[in-house]
Every structure is written in structure tokens, then in C-alpha cells.
Write a protein that binds this ligand. Structure first.
Ligand SMILES: *Cc1c(COP(=O)(O)O)cnc(C)c1O
Length: 357
């Protein structure tokens, strides 16, 4: 705290990202990064972009990248918005779309950045409880509130709604913008993108950080009706006209074009997830059905906090949240098979030696 802080800075309660510590031979399963490198073609493109042209500003509209994304998702370039990670795209959506006279609705258990943006931007919000199985119940978002944001699959539960459920929600709530945050959609959920043609209130947000293994490049995007995209662009051009540098634009284009690498890495992560789920169940865990690159699991006899600390002593990092309803759980990123073997070995050892509690 400094006396020079503005009233805004004083009132913030910032998001706390998963830690990035320097521990030798660490098994890092706490921030949902990919265990694989990015597409080699993306790395080549980033390197080629590190040239004399870096003295010039990049294309402020990321035209070529938006064309490539439009092609990939079978929409028009005017229906695509790109930003510096989907976090920035989401921030612009909060400012440009989700701030409405009636309170914004989102689940009580979800991506913890949402309430942070509400604080920053002065957006009134109401949280909607997940049901007893930790599922989002779309019916609870009807006949009330203003705009809606839902992560699908939800984080940190990993549970997905079907496209049909999203469609019902966006049609019954045609009075308000609905943002679907699909950061994890490529690991087994149905994207809502095809619905944008019939639903001008739907904005779908995706990222290259997870399924394209490019968290370090910072590229995210939104797809929706041209009117929504123009709203986002107005906010962007009032904040930072050049959110994506030349290497980011070039790397993102190459990553989207490397379909074979994408399919192969995401299939491996899905296989590893199914194997990890089976191992955790064998160890006595309850594991929520995940469509993401992580699982959310709890042990009936051992507190999440204690397990997370005991894993950390064995140089295995997972994410633990102390918030209500989720503090018994561990969120475990789907790593490589050797990483997951180290995790399950460490857990077996902990469960064999620790008294319950
Ligand atoms: C990781 C994540 C994001 C942010 O991703 P970036 O594109 O890296 O900013 C957004 N939403 C959810 C639910 C996430 O888990």
C-alpha cells in the first residue's frame, strides 16, 4: 500500500495465478499448461518473426490471424476478435458487453478471474450455485439477472455442458449477452461456435494457451456476431491498439495451421486423463468427470490442503483452492505419462503413511 495509489488501485483484489517456482526436477501440474512443446511450425514462425521488422508496429487488427481463425472455425473475419491472451479478451468483454444495468450472473464455483474483473470495472454480479454434483444448471440462469458468463468446460470442475444446453440458454436469454469461455473445450467438450450464426447475443472465447501449448505467447480470441466483435474492438482501441506483437501473430497463425500436431497432442492428453482418473479412483479418490486438461479430485479421508502440501514436499505441484465448496479438492493438470506416474507414486506413498485428516 502506498499513499500514491488511486482509489481504484486501493479497492482491487487481484487474481492470484498458480505459482511458477524454481524447484529442480519439479513435476508442475498446477497451472494447466501443456506437457508438450508448441507445434514446431509455430516455433519456426516465431523465430522468423524475430527480425529487423520488429522495429515496425504490428498490424493492429491482426488481419491475417483473424482470417486464419475465421477459416478454421467457418466464420467471417468480422466475427473474430483477437487479444493478448483470452484473459485480455475476457476483460474487454466484461467492459464492453457484460456490464449491464442488471447484475452479471456466473457460477459460484468458476474461474476466479471473473469477480476480479467485476471489481476492476465496477460490475455488479450475482453468483449462481452449482448443483450437488458440482454441475452448472442452465435453468438457474433464466428469468433473472443481466448478462451471463460461463466457462465451458467449467473450471476448476472440468465438467462440460452440451451445445444443446448452451443453445437453450442463449435463446431463452436473448435479452442479454452470454459469454462462453471455452479455454478447455478442445479436450472433449462441444464448442458453441456454430451457434453464433443464429444467436447475436453469444460470444465464444478461446485461447491458444492450453490445447495449442502457447501459454507463453499470449494469444486468445473471441468469436461472435459482428456487432459483439465491434463492441470489443471499441474497447480494445480505447486501451491498447497493438495487443499482439509480430511474433505472437506469426506463431498463432502457424499453430492454427498445424492441425496434425494439435490432434496428436490433444488426443494424448485425453488418454493420459483417462488413465490418471482410473489411478486416482484406485487410490480412493472421487474424481469429477472432466472434459478438460485437468481433473478435480478429492479423497474422503484426506484434506485437499494437506495432500497438496505433502505433494509439494515431494516436488509435485498441484493447485489447491481454499474457497468454499472446493477446499477438499485438488486440481491436477494432465501432464506427460512420466509426470503422472510420479504424481500417483507420491500420492500412494502419502496415503500409505499419513493418518487420515
Ligand atoms: C487459462 C484460462 C483462461 C486464460 O487463458 P489465457 O488465454 O492464457 O489468458 C481463461 N479462462 C479460463 C477458464 C482459463 O482456465
Amino acid at each position: 500500500m502506498s499513499r500514491y495509489w488511486s482509489e481504484l488501485a486501493r479497492g482491487l483484489s487481484p487474481y492470484v495465478p498458480g505459482e511458477q517456482p524454481q524447484i529442480p526436477s519439479l513435476v508442475k501440474l498446477n497451472t494447466n499448461e501443456s506437457p508438450f512443446g508448441p507445434s514446431p511450425r509455430a516455433l519456426e514462425a516465431v523465430q522468423a518473426a524475430a527480425a529487423d521488422t520488429l522495429r515496425l508496429y504490428p498490424d493492429p487488427q491482426s488481419t491475417r490471424l483473424r482470417e486464419v481463425l475465421a477459416d478454421y472455425h467457418r466464420v467471417a473475419p468480422e466475427q473474430v476478435f483477437v487479444g493478448n491472451g483470452s484473459d485480455e479478451v475476457l476483460a474487454h468483454a466484461f467492459a464492453g458487453l457484460l456490464k449491464q444495468p442488471r447484475p452479471l450472473l456466473f457460477p459460484d464455483v468458476t474461474y476466479s478471474f471473473y469477480p476480479v474483473y467485476c471489481r476492476l470495472l465496477g460490475i455488479a454480479h450475482e453468483t449462481v450455485p452449482l448443483d450437488a454434483e458440482m454441475r452448472v444448471r442452465p435453468a438457474d440462469y433464466l428469468g433473472r439477472g443481466g448478462a451471463i458468463i460461463i466457462a465451458n468446460p467449467n473450471a476448476p470442475t472440468g465438467i462440460a455442458l452440451s451445445r444443446a444446453e448452451i443453445e437453450r440458454l442463449v435463446s431463452e436469454r436473448a435479452d442479454a449477452p452470454v459469454v462462453i469461455d471455452e479455454a478447455y473445450v478442445d479436450f472433449g467438450a462441444e464448442t458453441a461456435i456454430p451457434l453464433i450464426h443464429d444467436h447475436p447475443n453469444l460470444l465464444v472465447v478461446q485461447t491458444l494457451s492450453k490445447s495449442r501449448a502457447l501459454a507463453g505467447l499470449r494469444v486468445g480470441y473471441a468469436i461472435g456476431d459482428q456487432g459483439l466483435i465491434e463492441g470489443l474492438t471499441r474497447v480494445k482501441d480505447s486501451f491498447n491498439s497493438y495487443p499482439l506483437g509480430r511474433p505472437a501473430q506469426a506463431g498463432a497463425i502457424a499453430a492454427i495451421q498445424d492441425e496434425a500436431y494439435f490432434q496428436q497432442t490433444r488426443a494424448t492428453i485425453i488418454d493420459n486423463r483417462e488413465r490418471l482418473t482410473a489411478s486416482l479412483i484406485r487410490l480412493g479418490f472421487e474424481v469429477l468427470p472432466s472434459s478438460a486438461n485437468f481433473v478435480f479430485a478429492r479423497h474422503p479421508d484426506h484434506a485437499g490442503q494437506a495432500l497438496s502440501a505433502a505433494l509439494r514436499e515431494r516436488a509435485v505441484l498441484v493447485r489447491h483452492f481454499s474457497a468454499p465448496r472446493v477446499s477438499e479438492f485438488l486440481r491436477i493438470t494432465i501432464g506427460s505419462q512420466p509426470e503422472l506416474d510420479r504424481l500417483t507414486e507420491a500420492l500412494a506413498e502419502i496415503l500409505a503413511t499419513r493418518a487420515p485428516g
